[in-house]
Design a protein around this ligand. Structure first.
Ligand code: DHK
Length: 148
């Protein structure tokens, strides 16, 4: 049976490619998802790629992952720095967790420097744009194979 991965995206991720400031590049969220799905298939992973603007929905999906996923990749976006509820849900998940950010959050405003998600994450990838998302899938594939 293929390893199952939940890739969870938080508020405003659906605007990637549309943000006029260009912080997150020009690729649309739909295209990023498509490329992640293709890469997951190459790695033999079964990928659920989801986005919500709502904290409680993300908490519900993390709880669902306890039964339905072997690993989580999460970009909680703005909730990264505020959500104890997301942290608590992640702490109840037993598999590997990769925290991913499109931008290098440490080069940005100081309020982005303290991540609650990091307290539950196995590893963190930031600053590599959508390439970082595919690297996050590489990481979970290797962690699930016990190679990392
Ligand atoms: C995405 C967001 O929406 C921001 O709120 C985070 C993160 C950074 C990213 O780089 O992917 O601060």
């Amino acid at each position: 049976m293929p390893h199952r991965v939940f890739f969870l995206n938080g508020p405003n991720a659906n605007l990637y490619g549309l943000d006029q400031r260009g912080t997150y590049g020009s690729e649309s969220f739909a295209s990023i998802e498509q490329r992640c799905q293709a890469h997951a298939a190459e790695l033999g992973l079964q990928l659920q790629f989801r986005q919500s603007n709502h904290e409680g929905v993300l908490v519900d999906w993390i709880q669902e992952a306890r039964l339905q996923a072997d690993a989580i990749v999460i970009n909680a976006a703005g909730l990264t720095y505020t959500s104890v509820a997301i942290l608590d849900a992640l702490l109840a998940f037993e598999g590997p967790i990769i925290e991913a950010h499109m931008s290098n959050i440490w080069k940005r405003e100081s309020f982005r420097h303290r991540s609650y998600v990091s307290k539950a994450a196995t590893g963190v990838i930031a600053g590599l744009g959508a390439m970082g998302y595919r690297l996050a899938l590489d990481a979970v594939a290797q962690l699930l194979e016990g190679q990392a």
